[in-house]
Design a protein around this ligand. Structure first.
Ligand code: AMP
Length: 289
């Protein structure tokens, strides 16, 4: 069922949209985004439409998940193109609130991401996951979807949202969607548009390191990390250079680092900066017995 995208700017408009979707007897899938939509977001929307009668996309650059000195001000805002993409993808409704709509008062009560939100991304971006979980819980409460979709690209975010839904008994199904990449391997990201041609070349080392780690999976955790590290070390000598924040091999659910003896599922995660742009990526792998 496609038609015009219903637009909701504030909570009363959203309530009207939600009531209409409910009255039509449609189940609802929510795809939360910060806009600047690309093929990765399109994959989430397509999966949303497979899973529910109506896909709702939220577009909100959430100030609470950006730290001081991060790119909140310059984050790309491309609402007209985003709505065009929503129309092309058969999105039923878009929720496009302002900061004042989402945070009309001081946000006194917030979600704490706990120790799991303080490692890897959380260690480099203090407060980031508290901001993410708080806005996601607000969006879930506002839209009341049957299912909400998130990209595997932000692996720790997906794991934290699953954990929040479990720990706080949030009545929603959380669905992860595999990472969409450019042909060269670079994971699609709204931040890729900050990269110059030379920086983009250097940035390819992230996905190259993950593939190198994946190829070493049969030899165990130490070999996976060594193979990934070798690629990143080389990229650190490139022009422009790659500055690595972390490379880790973790349990995909808890984000605890795996032991050297670990076998079974794991997630190889990486974060690095190229010039002023910070990029993250990960790949799931299985360490064979
Ligand atoms: P963002 O707009 O960057 O906050 O992302 C919105 C959603 O899209 C998040 O759940 C992301 O994990 C997901 N996403 C972003 N990039 C990709 C990608 N390359 N492949 C799959 N999902 C993605």
């Amino acid at each position: 069922m496609t038609g015009p995208v219903l637009l909701a700017h504030d909570i009363s408009e959203l309530d009207a949209v939600r009531a209409k979707l409910g009255a039509d007897g449609r189940t609802v899938a929510l795809v939360p985004t910060m806009g600047a939509l690309h093929e990765g977001h399109r994959a989430l929307i397509r999966r949303a439409r497979e899973l529910a009668g109506a896909a709702v996309v939220s577009i909100f650059v959430n100030p609470r998940q950006f730290g001081p000195g991060e790119d909140f001000e310059r984050y790309p805002r491309t609402l007209e193109t985003d709505l065009e993409i929503c129309r092309e993808e058969g999105v039923a409704a878009a929720f496009v609130p302002s900061v004042d709509v989402m945070y009309p008062d001081e946000q006194v009560v917030t979600v704490s991401s706990g120790p799991m939100g303080a490692v890897f991304e959380g260690a480099h971006r203090p407060g980031h996951f508290d901001g993410v979980l708080t806005v996601v819980l607000k969006l879930l409460n506002l839209v009341r979807p049957d299912v909400a979709l998130f990209g595997q690209k932000d692996g720790q975010q997906l794991a934290m949202i699953r954990r929040m839904a479990r720990d706080l008994n949030v009545p929603v199904r959380i669905e992860g969607v595999p990472t969409v990449r450019e042909p060269g391997g670079l994971a699609l990201s709204s931040r890729n548009r900050y990269l110059s041609a030379e920086e983009r070349e250097t940035a390819l080392a992230l996905s190259r390191a993950l593939r190198a780690g994946e190829s070493a999976a049969a030899e165990g955790p130490a070999a996976v990390l060594a193979a990934g590290r070798a690629v990143l070390d080389e990229a650190a000598r490139a022009r422009p250079p790659l500055a690595v924040d972390y490379l880790g091999l973790v349990d995909p659910d808890s984000f605890a680092e795996v032991t050297p003896e670990h076998r079974g599922r794991a997630l190889l995660v990486v974060a690095a900066r190229v010039g002023a742009t910070r990029l993250i990526d990960n790949v799931p792998l299985t360490l064979e017995r």
